[in-house]
Design a protein around this ligand. Structure first.
Ligand code: PLP
Length: 334
């Protein structure tokens, strides 16, 4: 059987067989879910260390972004993002008819706080930062986040990959009511298909968002699985540690290949840069032919890069082997 490796979506398959063992057939899905997701909010509040009134459960963090843009922007008002960053922010802004202003990161992918502040106008309503970043894999220092919060603009810190690094902007929430944090069960808990995310913010913002969301935004199975994930947090963390260890081993291994540089990562994935003489689109096609799907991100700073992630050592080893062979073949042709 040919194996297909989806290294392109930041998904995490490591918990799959453990979740399937659990019996969710008792979930009464002929009933509507409880509209405020109160049980899950209570559990998330314990997990995070805040009050349940500071938590809103959403249909993935996707929904959280759309709700936040609806709450804080009118059409044509501006949202600052810092590319390279999660490409979907532009999509959410399109849905809500807000305008995106891009403030490029520095060469090392750190955000340029001075430039962001210079670009703030009366029309700027939100700054969105991903930490750790997608696809950069780097965590934004709290000092930078604090500097931006001091402007008074709403700062959304997208912590979709928090569990891969353990670093959060959450302590700043006590000092800055303009801070909003989004998180998700999609990545670390391997629940992308079940669509459960959440927002952490001031009670006021959570109450306002609650008035905008659809009544039954989180489905019954998603709620049940998320509750059981938090009940088995220790086991989930142990398995995530294995994925993190694998990520770091692959980074070391990739750096041994001539013409390849793997960036350090505090996230689920690895950003790989190739020397310009390696034909990247040909390389991606060759990988696709052997059923390995990787992510190419169309951004000027990432012209020679791909992004990959793996749940299992066998997948990662197969990828590295294929990559070496493809690069060797390209060299022979020159
Ligand atoms: C940085 C970042 N934020 C948010 C998301 C969306 O996550 P969700 O599945 O919760 O909508 C992703 C998914 O790839 C992501 O990479």
């Amino acid at each position: 059987m040919t194996r297909v490796i989806f290294a392109n979506n930041g998904e995490n398959a490591i918990h799959e067989k453990f979740v399937l063992k659990k019996n969710f057939s008792s979930v009464p899905f002929f009933r509507y879910p409880e509209p405020t997701s109160q049980l899950l909010r209570n559990k998330i509040a314990i997990y995070v260390g805040c009050a349940p009134s500071q938590v809103l459960c959403t249909n993935g963090s996707d929904e959280a972004f759309v709700l936040l843009l609806r709450l804080f922007t009118h059409p044509q008002e501006e949202v600052i993002i810092c590319p390279p960053t999660f490409f979907m922010y532009e999509y959410y802004a399109n849905i809500t008819r807000s305008k995106i202003r891009k403030v490029k990161r520095l060469y090392d992918f750190s955000i340029n706080t001075n430039s962001i502040i210079k670009h703030i106008s009366r029309n700027t309503k939100i700054i969105i930062l991903d930490s750790p970043g997608n696809p950069t894999g780097i965590v934004i220092p709290l000092t930078d986040i604090k500097k931006l919060l001091q402007t008074g603009i709403i700062v959304i810190v997208d912590e979709a990959y928090f569990e891969y690094c353990g670093i959060t902007a959450f302590p700043l929430l006590k000092l800055f009511p303009n801070l909003v944090i989004t998180r998700t069960f999609s990545k670390w808990a391997g629940m992308a298909g079940l669509r459960v995310g959440y927002v952490l913010a001031s009670e006021k913002i959570i109450a306002d968002l609650g008035k905008l969301k659809l009544p039954f935004n989180v489905n019954s199975i998603g709620l049940q699985v998320a509750l059981s994930v938090l009940d088995q947090k220790t086991e989930y963390y142990k398995r995530i540690k294995k994925v993190i260890r694998l990520r770091d081993q692959i980074i070391v291994r990739l750096r041994q290949i001539d013409g390849v540089y793997a960036y350090p990562s505090q996230s689920a994935f690895i950003l790989i840069q190739f020397r310009p003489e390696i034909a990247i689109q040909k390389l991606i096609s060759a990988l696709t032919k052997v059923q390995i799907f990787v992510k190419y991100i169309e951004q000027p700073m990432l012209k020679h890069c791909i992004r990959v992630n793996f749940s299992y050592p066998s997948e990662a080893a197969y990828f590295v082997g294929c990559l070496e062979r493809i690069i060797e073949n390209q060299k022979k042709l020159h």
